[in-house]
Design a binder for this molecule. Structure first.
Ligand code: S3P
Length: 447
C-alpha cells in the first residue's frame, strides 16, 4: 500500500505480517546491518542542497521518510543521484533553491516537513508543504513561530497544522528559546539561521539530538555550544562535504531488545551510531540488566562527526526501571521498544514525562499502551506517564499499529516472543524508517 505522493521505495512493502514465536530452543543468532541513520540522512541531503557543489554521502538511509526529503529537494531544483551506497547531491548554494511547481509532499515525515520549513524560509521561493493524514495532524506552529520572527511569511491550516505555505524572505537572526526539547525545531531555526543576517541561537530545556550541530561544521559552518544553547553566525557560505552515515540506533534498538528477550540469542549489529543525545535507550536497557557490548567502530575518514560502535546483544533476564522526564529526549523514539522490554521485566516500570509522544506519527502514548495490552501486557497510560507491570508471558493477537512505524515494529518483535501468532495489520508502515525490517525479521527466523 503506497502512501500518497511517495512511490519510491515500495517494492519491498507488504501489508499484514504474521510473526511466529521462535520455536523451542530457537534463538536469534545472526548479524544485521541496520539502515543508515534517518535523522542524519535527512540533514545530509538538506545541507548538501545548501552547499555550493557536490556533496557525497555514503550509506544514506533508504527509508521512505528520507525518500520524502529527497523528492521535495528535487522539486526545489536540487539534483540528487544514488549509485550503490553513494549518494551525490548537487548543491545550489546560497539561497539558490528553485521555485517548486507543485506541493511538496512530506508523506509521514515530520523531520522532512519541519526542516524544509527552515530551508525554504530563507530562500526566494514560495512552497506548500503537505503530508499524509498523520503528518497533517501534527503541530507545525512550534517551527512557524520562530521562522516568522526571522521574517518568513508562513500560513498554516487551522490549528497550526500542515499543509503549511512558506514564503521565503531575507531573514534576520534571532535568539530562540524553545519551550520543548525538539531537534526538529532547533534544526529548522539553525538551518534558516545559516542563511540569515546576523547571529542565530537556539536554547532548549534539555538537550535534544545534536546531529545538526555536529554536521554544520562538516559543511564549514562553526557552531558555538554553551550548555543548552547552540549558536551560529549567519551569512556564511556552506562548502560541500564528504560524509559517511552510521547505522541507525533507533533501528538497531529493535534487535537489541529482541536478543534480550529471546533465550539463547546473540545478535551482532556492526557500525551503529551511538551519539550520546540518542543513546539513552542503551543506558536504560543496561540498568534493566540487558547484556550487550558496544565496541567503538571506525567507519572511515568521513565518519568522524558522529560516534559509532559495533554492538553485540545477548539474551538477558530484565528487571523493571523508572525513566525520569530528563532522560526522555535521548530515548524518545525508543520508548515503544523499551516499553516492550518492560512488559517482560520483573517488577513495575514507570516511564515519566512522555507528553511529546502524543505528537508523534500517532498518539503514541495511548497507542502503545493499547497495543501492549492487546498482547497480554499490563500497561496503563496516565497523564504523561506509562506504568507497566511485568508479566511472565505475552500472548499473540491480531493488532493494528495505527499507521505508526515504530509501533508496528514493536508489535512484530513482540510476536517473536509472544505465545501463538501475532498478526500486525499495518506492518508496511515499518518502511517509514526501516525499509528492510521484515526481510531482517525473516532472516532471524520470525516469519
Ligand atoms: C528527529 C527529532 C525527534 C524524533 C524524530 C526525529 C529529528 O523529534 O522524535 O523521530 O531527526 O530531528 P522532535 O525533535 O520533534 O522531538
Amino acid at each position: 500500500m503506497a502512501r500518497a505522493g511517495l512511490s519510491w521505495y515500495h517494492n519491498t512493502v507488504v501489508d499484514a505480517v504474521t510473526v511466529k514465536k521462535l520455536g523451542p530452543g530457537k534463538a536469534l543468532r545472526d548479524e544485521v546491518s541496520v539502515p543508515g541513520d534517518k535523522s542524519i540522512s535527512h540533514r545530509a541531503l538538506i545541507m548538501g542542497a545548501m552547499a555550493q557543489g557536490s556533496t557525497r554521502i555514503e550509506g544514506l538511509s533508504l527509508a521512505e521518510d528520507v525518500g520524502a526529503t529527497w523528492q521535495c529537494l528535487r522539486e526545489l531544483g536540487v539534483n540528487i543521484v544514488s549509485r550503490c551506497r553513494m549518494t551525490t547531491v548537487s548543491g545550489r548554494g546560497w539561497r539558490g533553491l528553485a521555485q517548486p511547481k507543485k506541493t511538496l509532499e512530506a508523506g509521514n515525515s515530520g523531520t522532512t516537513a519541519r526542516l524544509l520549513m527552515g530551508l525554504i524560509a530563507a530562500n526566494p521561493v514560495a512552497a506548500t508543504i503537505s503530508g499524509d493524514a498523520s503528518l497533517n495532524r501534527r503541530p507545525m506552529g512550534r517551527v512557524a513561530q520562530p521562522l516568522r520572527r526571522m521574517g518568513a511569511i508562513i500560513d498554516m491550516a487551522p490549528g497550526d497544522l500542515a499543509p503549511v505555505e512558506v514564503r521565503g524572505a531575507a531573514l534576520a537572526g534571532i535568539d530562540h528559546v524553545s519551550p520543548i526539547p525538539s531537534a526538529q525545531v532547533k534544526s529548522a531555526v539553525l538551518i534558516a539561521g545559516v542563511q540569515a543576517l546576523g547571529d542565530t541561537s537556539v536554547s532548549e530545556p534539555a538537550l535534544s539530538r545534536d546531529h545538526t550541530e555536529r554536521m554544520l561544521p562538516v559543511f564549514g559552518i562553526p557552531v558555538r555550544r554553551q550548555g543548552l544553547e547552540a549558536a551560529i553566525k549567519g551569512g556564511l557560505r556552506m562548502s560541500p562535504a564528504l560524509m559517511t552515515v552510521p547505522g541507525d540506533l533507533s533501528c538497531a534498538a529493535f534487535w537489541i531488545v529482541a536478543a534480550a528477550l529471546a533465550p539463547g540469542s546473540l545478535v551482532r549489529l556492526p557500525g551503529v551510531g551511538t551519539n550520546p543525545t540518542r543513546a539513552g535507550f542503551l543506558e536504560v536497557l543496561k540498568r534493566m540488566g540487558a547484556q550487550f557490548s558496544a565496541q567503538a567502530a571506525d567507519l572511515g575518514p568521513d565518519a568522524g562527526y558522529e560516534p559509532a560502535a559495533d554492538i553485540e546483544a545477548r539474551s538477558s533476564a530484565l528487571t523493571a526501571t523508572d525513566i525520569q522526564p530528563a532522560e526522555v529526549p535521548a530515548l524518545i523514539d525508543e520508548v515503544p521498544i523499551l516499553a516492550l522490554a518492560a512488559c517482560l521485566a520483573k517488577g513495575v516500570s514507570r516511564f515519566r514525562g512522555l507528553g511529546e509522544l502524543r505528537h508523534k506519527e500517532s498518539n503514541r502514548l495511548e497507542g502503545l499502551a493499547g497495543l501492549l495490552r492487546a498482547l497480554g501486557a499490563k500497561a496503563e497510560a496516565s497523564g504523561d506517564d506509562l506504568v507497566i507491570e511485568g508479566v511472565s508471558r505475552l500472548t499473540g493477537a491480531r493488532v493494528s499499529a495505527g499507521g505508526d512505524h515504530r509501533l508496528a515494529m514493536t508489535a512484530m518483535i513482540a510476536g517473536l516472543v509472544a505465545e501463538g501468532e501475532t498478526v500486525v495489520e499495518d506492518a508496511s508502515t515499518a518502511a517509514a524508517s526501516y525499509p528492510g525490517f521484515t526481510e531482517d525479521l525473516r532472516k532471524l527466523g520470525g516469519l
